[in-house]
Write a protein that binds this ligand. Structure first.
Ligand code: ZN
Length: 242
């Protein structure tokens, strides 16, 4: 089975559409959370995600904040403004869809979490130290996470460092042969200085992970952010991939 792995769409419909057309053929979609927040198209993104085949989807911290499940004080000022705006425009069917999201899922010998298996909605896995601790919090061979907006691979090791960081260039395939934590990066707001939308394709039989990037019309999304009165910073960072 060929699975499209997407995360952190952040209400960026243009980026989401670019990813779906670039990925072309896939049997299932696993979405690792944060469909909304920051961007101008929350309802449209929920509609598109909802229609994807064999969908498994998780809740992210921005989704939870929009539903009122997280105190907005935990967010910085700009993120709070955009969460409040999202709350004010979300339709009833989008709210229901987000409410049905899972915090964690296990399938095909893979654990899915937005942040980390230890703290699924909140923890950022940004270094090998955090990754090494998290290897103890899932039973499967593999774990997929999002949340940091940076594509990453951590492989479990027996050495003094319990997790090793691996670099993977877009288009390259990583064959999974040991316990591994993988992050597909962000569709709608990449933060690794590459502004292209990020996603991954996972072959469940071959245990192969391919990281992909695709360009999209950033200016169009920036304009919608500004037209809706959302913080300018969220428009600027799209262009910088940060
Ligand atoms: Zn996010």
């Amino acid at each position: 089975m060929r699975v499209l792995i997407i995360s952190d769409i952040h209400a960026n419909l243009t980026a989401l559409e670019a990813v779906l057309s670039a990925a072309r053929l896939y049997d299932a979609v696993w979405c690792l959370g944060d469909i909304v927040g920051y961007g101008p198209d929350p309802n449209e993104c929920v509609d598109v995600v909802q229609s994807l085949p064999n969908l498994v989807y998780l809740t992210g911290n921005h989704d939870a904040a929009t539903l009122g499940n997280i105190n907005l004080e935990a967010f910085n000022r700009d993120a709070r403004i955009s969460a409040q705006w999202t709350k004010s425009v979300l339709g009833a069917s989008s709210i229901q869809f987000l409410k049905n999201a899972q915090e964690k899922a296990v399938l095909e010998n893979v654990t899915l979490a937005h942040g980390s298996p230890r703290n699924p909605v909140w923890e950022y896995m940004l270094d090998t130290y955090t990754a090494s601790i998290n290897f103890e919090y899932f039973e499967t061979e593999v774990c997929f996470v999002g949340h940091t907006h940076q594509p990453t691979i951590y492989v479990e090791s027996d050495g003094p460092r319990k997790a090793i960081w691996k670099y993977l260039a877009p288009g390259e395939v990583f064959k999974i042969s040991e316990r591994t934590i993988l992050n597909p990066g962000s569709v709608g707001q990449p933060r690794d200085h590459d502004p292209r939308a990020s996603y991954a394709l996972f072959d469940t039989e071959q245990r192969a992970w391919r990281l992909m990037r695709v360009e999209y019309d950033i200016a169009q999304v920036q304009q919608r952010i500004i037209d809706n009165g959302l913080p300018r910073r969220h428009a600027l960072r799209l262009k910088q991939g940060w």
